[in-house]
Write a protein that binds this ligand. Structure first.
Ligand SMILES: Nc1ncnc2c1ncn2[C@@H]1O[C@H](COP(=O)(O)OP(=O)(O)OP(=O)(O)O)[C@@H](O)[C@H]1O
Length: 777
């Protein structure tokens, strides 16, 4: 395993710390007259080593700017530590001298070294050493630009900046949809997500900072009150009890603001991440959804976004609170007894190391947990959305088994996590912090009381504060662990955010944006409300199946207002022609022209606003019939009366008005999920009304009557015939009797057009079409 310079720094710090602790321990326990000399030696060793590690860190410039950033952050923190150390040590030394060496300076030095060492270890564990280790020069170089921009975002107000780091390439040719290289370390990126919500975070921090002195003083007043009582100083005890009550009340009031403001930041963060991710998902091309199960995506949208946001705000709140509390408590402890302070801090370095390891493992495991959950969700979602098919085929047991297997994987990963958590709490929290530290404090404290005449209430205060110190030390580490856990969940979300939007997704919108006005003009101001379509030498393969040539050099012209039927054997590419026209996919070569304009030069929104699509399986939303029909008009503005009139008119044209009016709630009748509360024919007629309510220039009917019985087929066919008089229509059909009246019938075979003409002409020709008609009759 390769080690970065930062890892070496941490190791050197740790080693020096251990040596100094070993050297200081006998001096602290058995002080001699040479203490001052010894303490000076220890302190200067520590400072020299720090200076040495700093020099090593700054020496030899590295090309890896990410590592550089970490090192600079590390060095800055070290410099701050130096400043704090010098001030702290001189204050402590003068205190001990002032008190006539009641507290030997060696104890001050020992305590300071413990604290400094611990702080530098905490710092080292927080700096993402492994991220620097893992990144080779190449990877790091590819990440540099975005990393640096995120470390110092200039426009922090836009959530899209940290979330959407890759914009679409408008001229991108079709490639298999893969995610682009993730631009940066997810932890740093995750942190940058909080930038737009900084107002709440700042306010929360201010409330926290005002609150903490009150909160921190409570154990002091308790110890003072008890100490006064033990000395029978009743008035002083009452005085401390009143102070305790006041401090506790202020603490409680400000606690509300902390919970509220940090909670608000979290809610806003979840909201922004969810809405950004959802809109990103909607801008992906159809091919993306061919490859990614919906359950998987909803899992990312729900559980991953909330996991990353809650852990992130948890990190902000508790890391700040814990840092302030630890600083306050450690300062208080050093002022009252440096030796006891050293004893209280002695396990912190160990906790730091264990926590770093635990955090790294947790980050990896939580990624696996989220993936396992997403897979299980995907299976559940699919089974539930196709529940009728599952029941009809008696596949309940099979689906149950499949889901159980995936949930078992999720369960096992969680069990692993629970065991690790149990071991962590057992060793760190219960044993080290609650048992070892308490025992050390009581032992050292009782010796100080016995041998140096230290007051018992000092020991009492230490016992009360040490609980808080350990609790918040754990909390600061856990908030770091939570951050890593968030990055685990955030990783998958960022993967989707970073995925390039390929044409025909948003890329084309960007492309079409400049031309939007012209384009809309072109499409709308044609003489007739219909459109002319040209397929010119069109070839196409599905990206997920590149080995199969679906269409090859297909040429087809559909005049404005014509009704053209596309027929052919199953799998010959009929529906593909429809999908290409709606730009669900882009052609590999050749051109499709809409009113003499290449559809790749038209924004998707504009193009689709002129196309109505009716498919074999009409998908209705779970709202009312009115909601479903008006869906086709959602972008249009107008008064409610006018919209209602248009909806009813479309329903009448689609032969749907009468059956809608036969329902008690008429247009307000609910359709049920995916329209389950309606018959196939009724659903199809509502789908027709939805497609024509916006008066499209082109109507695409893909096997619109194929799933209906004869009676329903006739009613729907009448509706389609009526609609096709006012628009250009392309009909894909199996039932040849439904296409007899088409202006042109096109026979597709092996991805090519083999015959074209009207019904009578093709029959006379006695070719493919004629054979198909004979087969069907
Ligand atoms: N999303 C897809 N991904 C990969 N291949 C696809 C996809 N959709 C269709 N195909 C394949 O492309 C070919 C043409 O399919 P298409 O749906 O256009 O045929 P069709 O003529 O409409 O068939 P049918 O009459 O049965 O509906 C088929 O071999 C099909 O398996």
């Amino acid at each position: 395993m390769r080690c970065s310079r930062l890892t070496y720094l941490v190791c050197v710090n740790l080693l020096v710390l251990l040596l100094l602790v070993l050297a200081a321990t006998p001096l602290m326990l058995y002080p001699t007259s040479n203490d001052n000399d010894a303490s000076t030696t220890l302190l200067s060793t520590f400072l020299v080593t720090q200076a040495f590690t700093l020099t090593v860190a700054l020496y030899r410039p590295t090309k890896d700017s990410r590592a550089k950033t970490h090192i600079i952050a590390f060095c800055l923190a070290q410099i701050l530590l130096f400043a704090a150390a010098s001030t702290g040590v001189s204050v402590a030394l003068s205190l001990s001298l002032y008190e006539d060496s009641d507290v030997p300076s060696i104890e001050v030095a020992g305590g300071s070294i413990f604290t400094l060492g611990s702080l530098s270890l905490i710092l080292s564990s927080i700096v993402d050493v492994d991220a620097v280790d893992e990144g080779g020069e190449d990877v790091a170089a590819s990440k540099n630009a975005t990393t640096m921009s995120l470390l110092s975002p200039t426009d922090g107000d836009s959530i899209t900046e940290p979330l959407l780091q890759q914009t679409a390439n408008p001229t991108a040719t079709k490639t298999t949809a893969t995610s682009s290289t993730p631009p940066k370390n997810p932890t740093t990126r995750l942190l940058s997500l909080a930038i737009p919500h900084r107002a709440y975070l700042y306010a929360g921090c201010i409330a926290l900072l005002i609150r903490l002195p009150f909160s921190l003083s409570i154990p002091h007043f308790v110890s003072e009150a008890l100490g006064s009582l033990s000395r029978s100083e009743i008035d002083t005890a009452y005085h401390n009890i009143i102070l305790l009550f006041v401090a506790g009340t202020v603490d409680a009031c400000l606690d509300f603001w902390c919970v509220y403001l940090f909670g608000l930041a979290q809610l806003n963060l979840v909201k922004t991440v969810r809405t950004s991710l959802f809109s990103r998902l909607l801008s992906f091309e159809v091919n993306f959804f061919d490859q990614n199960p919906v359950g998987n995506l909803t899992s990312r949208l729900n559980s991953d976004t909330s996991a990353m946001s809650s852990d992130l705000t948890w990190f902000f709140r508790f890391s700040i609170e814990a840092t302030v509390r630890i600083t306050g408590i450690v300062t208080y402890m050093f002022i009252r007894s440096p030796v006891l302070a050293g004893a209280a801090c002695c396990v912190i370095p160990l906790v730091a190391i264990v926590n770093k390891k635990y955090g790294d493992w947790l980050s990896k495991n939580s990624k696996e947990v989220q993936t396992a959950l997403a897979e299980a969700n995907s299976v559940a979602q699919e089974a539930l959305s196709c529940v009728r098919t599952v029941i009809a085929f008696g596949s309940e047991e099979q689906e149950r088994k499949h889901y159980n297997e995936l949930i078992e994987v999720y369960y096992r990963l969680n069990v692993k996590q629970t065991i690790a958590q149990g071991v962590y709490y057992m060793v760190i929290s219960t044993f080290l912090v609650n048992t070892v530290v308490q025992a050390i404090l009581l032992y050292v404290g009782s010796r100080l009381v016995e041998e140096k005449g230290m007051e018992v209430d000092v020991l009492l205060a230490f016992m009360l504060y040490q609980g808080q110190l350990q609790e918040y030390t754990l909390q600061i580490f856990q908030s770091y662990t939570a951050l890593l856990q968030s990055s685990g969940a955030g990783d998958k979300v960022f993967e989707l955010m970073d995925r390039k939007i390929l044409e025909p997704g948003m890329g084309s919108e960007e492309h079409g944006r400049e031309e939007d006005e012209n384009t809309t003009e072109t499409l709308i101001t044609t003489e007739s409300p219909t459109s002319k379509i040209d397929f010119m030498e069109v070839s196409f393969k599905y990206p997920t199946r590149p080995e199969e040539q679906v269409l090859s050099n297909l040429n087809l012209t559909i005049e404005s207002g014509q009704t053209v039927a596309i027929v052919g054997q199953s799998g010959c590419g009929k529906s593909t022609i429809v999908s290409l026209l709606a730009r669900f996919y882009d052609v590999d070569s050749g051109t499709i022209r809409f009113n003499d304009r290449d559809i790749r030069q038209v924004s998707l929104k504009t193009l689709r606003s002129h196309i109505g699509i009716i498919s074999q399986e009409p998908t209705l939303f779970s709202g009312s019939i009115f909601d479903n029909i008006v869906y086709g008009l959602r972008d249009e503005e107008g008064d409610d009366e006018e919209i209602r009139r248009q909806v009813e008119e479309a329903a009448k044209t689609a032969n749907a008005h009468d059956f809608i009016c036969s329902f008690a709630k008429k247009y307000d009748t609910l359709c049920g999920e995916r329209g389950v509360a309606l018959s196939g024919g009724q659903k199809q007629r509502i789908a027709i009304a939805r497609a024509i309510v916006k008066r499209p220039q082109l109507l695409l009917c893909d096997e619109a009557t194929a799933a209906l019985d004869n009676e329903s087929e006739q009613i729907v066919q009448q509706a389609l015939d009526r609609v096709s008089k006012t628009t250009t229509t392309i009909v894909v059909a199996h039932r040849l009797r439904t296409v007899r009246n088409a202006d042109k019938i096109v026979v597709v075979k092996g991805g090519e057009i083999v015959e074209a003409g009207d019904h009578d002409g093709l029959l006379r020709r006695d070719g493919e079409y004629s054979a198909m008609v004979k087969n069907f009759s």
